[in-house]
Design a protein around this ligand. Structure first.
Ligand code: HEM
Length: 531
């Protein structure tokens, strides 16, 4: 009988023996192979070449947004109902049907604008992305903590992110660039109102809400659809920070939110969220002063109540950050039967962007990685591409038939389950914004719904950053605040006037153009001001 080459050796390999990735035991991990002890080194030192060239490739591109994140595993448990009704009245998605049914999940929380190692105390929306490994394949609900967004059309996203990210020359984040974009995109004012209040700095990941933000559809067995919005409500309660509280934490920790999540799960204090939905019939709802497909708007709770449909528990920390949290790939296109897209223009743009960036960021075969792969059978005719390590073959499948249709064997199309939802669509092909814009009304409602400490923090934060901006930007932002709420506008105007008299942190007015006197800048802003 042939002897096992790995055991037929006087220096028998132990469990803890270091090897390279070819399986060769490494006998010297301290010294390069050199000509004499002083060198030079030789190029055939394979162990070193493998080690250093892998190290040179340890980083993959960080996410273009949401680079800083933390993750955890857990499960989703369905209630089987939507309020008093069986959930099947609205959706046939299997994960929601039966009370107590559990579906494994992986969640990644994140901040948005700042890089991979940035402090977790910075003012920013927070990402709240959930991958459900359902029996029908994966469903990703890629949401944020806040329930609305800055823009309503996907074509504006790259510009928005450029304005919010650091200046391309100085690499310094500049509030003036942020407000320059927002002042010229009035639909962003509601989101600015949230982000500049304490809601822009959640105390940690466990004590924040989540939301799908965009409008989706639920489809039932008869193929009938409703519009739906998703909300996650933390059972730990909600806690946000003032700027001062955040600065104090930042003085001692850049990782407080990741630490908090990790420690809670390690200690068995598993965080939980309830999943609630708001439902609307699938039409334009002309009775509303906003469009249900506009993601800068909240759906009023009195008209569209929050209906609980399940809960999520996070009970396991990742075993390896890179393998799981860094390489996980979520996308808004990843839906299962019974869940569908709406015509929300942001959602449609997002749906292209996620898998496109992931083919670049992680690689063409990113869906074969265990964290991204469904926990069910996968059988495709796709093959090749960098880092493929297995074929998506069905057991017993003829390996020669990697195409469909075929009479010789191979994979067959699935049966359609339930009646397909086939919305009728007609219209002129145009480049136009939606009609019912109502850019500032809900910002006023949100301002009035804040508690006084939240309003005070909002004004103080806006004044602090806006006082460094070109006066034309200040004037536009004041006009938006006035349009939203008289008091909001007045307090912002007074705050900026006071900051300007103090002149402490303020850049000289009009300093963007050497030849432009401050008065001219203000006049120009008035002339151009559409509000
Ligand atoms: C047209 C608008 C948008 C575009 C083009 C876009 C694009 C992207 C891209 C390219 C990524 C990086 C994905 C990756 O590398 O894996 C990303 C991540 C993310 N986006 Fe968006 N996004 C948009 C709007 C939104 C909105 C409205 C939300 C909130 C609902 C959102 C939530 C997220 C989250 C949570 C992540 C991080 C996912 C993770 O943890 O891996 N995005 N987005």
């Amino acid at each position: 009988m042939a002897e096992n080459p790995t055991t037929n050796n006087s220096n028998e390999e132990q469990e803890d023996t270091l090897t390279n990735r070819q399986g060769h035991p490494v006998t010297n991990n301290q010294n390069l192979r050199t000509v004499g002890s002083r060198g030079p080194a030789v190029l055939e030192n394979y162990d070193f070449l493998e080690k250093i060239s892998h190290f040179d490739r340890e980083r993959i591109p960080e996410r273009v947004v949401h680079a800083r994140g933390a993750g955890a595993h857990g499960y989703f448990e369905a209630y089987g109902t939507a309020g008093d009704e069986p959930v099947s009245n609205y959706t046939r998605a299997k994960l929601f049907q039966n009370k107590g049914k559990q579906t494994p999940v992986f969640v990644r929380f994140s901040s948005v604008i700042h890089g991979g190692h940035s402090p977790e105390t910075l003012r920013d929306p927070r990402g709240f992305a959930v991958k459900f490994y359902t029996e029908d394949g994966n469903w990703d609900l890629v949401g944020n903590n806040l329930k609305i967004f800055f823009i309503r059309d996907a074509i504006k996203f790259p510009d928005m992110i450029h304005a919010f990210k650091p200046d391309p020359i100085t690499n310094i984040q500049d509030g003036e660039r942020f407000f320059d974009f927002c002042a010229s995109s009035p639909e962003s004012f509601h989101m600015v109102t949230f982000v500049y209040s304490p809601w822009g700095i959640p105390a940690n990941y466990r004590m924040m809400q989540g939301s799908g933000v965009n409008t989706y559809k639920w489809v039932n067995q008869e193929g009938v659809a409703v519009l739906v919005k998703y909300h996650w409500e933390p059972k730990q309660g909600i806690k946000n920070l003032t700027q001062q509280q955040a600065s104090e934490i930042q003085g001692t920790s850049f990782n407080h939110a990741t630490q908090d999540l990790h420690d809670a799960i390690k200690d068995g204090d598993y965080p939980e969220w309830e999943l609630l939905v708001q439902i609307m019939s699938d039409n334009e709802h002309l009775e509303l002063d906003f469009d249900p497909l506009d993601d800068t708007k909240l759906w009023p709770e009195d008209l569209f109540p929050w209906i609980p449909v399940g809960k999520m528990v996070l009970n396991k920390n990742p075993e390896d950050y890179f393998t799981e949290v860094e390489q996980v790939a979520f996308g808004t296109g990843v839906l299962v039967d019974g869940l569908d897209f709406s015509d929300d223009k942001m959602l449609q743009g997002r749906t292209f962007s996620y898998s496109d960036t992931q083919r670049h960021r992680v690689g063409a075969n990113y869906l074969q990685l265990p964290i991204n792969s469904p926990k069910k059978r996968v059988a495709t005719n796709q093959s090749g591409g960098q880092m493929q390590y297995k074929l998506d073959r069905a057991p017993g499948q003829n390996p020669h038939i990697n195409y469909e249709p075929s009479i010789l064997g191979g994979l067959k199309e699935a049966e359609q389950d339930g009646i397909e939802h086939t919305p009728f669509i007609e219209g002129d092909l145009v480049r136009e914004s939606i009609d019912r814009q109502s850019n500032t009304k809900q910002a006023g409602d949100t301002y009035r719904n804040f508690e006084e400490w939240e309003r005070a923090d909002l004004i103080s934060n806006l004044v602090s950053d806006l006082s460094n901006c070109d006066p034309r930007i200040q004037i536009k932002m004041i006009a938006l605040a006035e349009e939203a709420d008289e008091e909001y506008g007045r307090r912002l105007r007074e705050g900026l006037a006071q900051a300007s008299t103090k002149g402490s942190s303020q850049k000289p007015l009009g300093n963007r153009d050497g030849d432009k006197a401050p008065e001219k800048a203000v006049k120009k802003a008035h002339d151009a001001d559409p509000y």
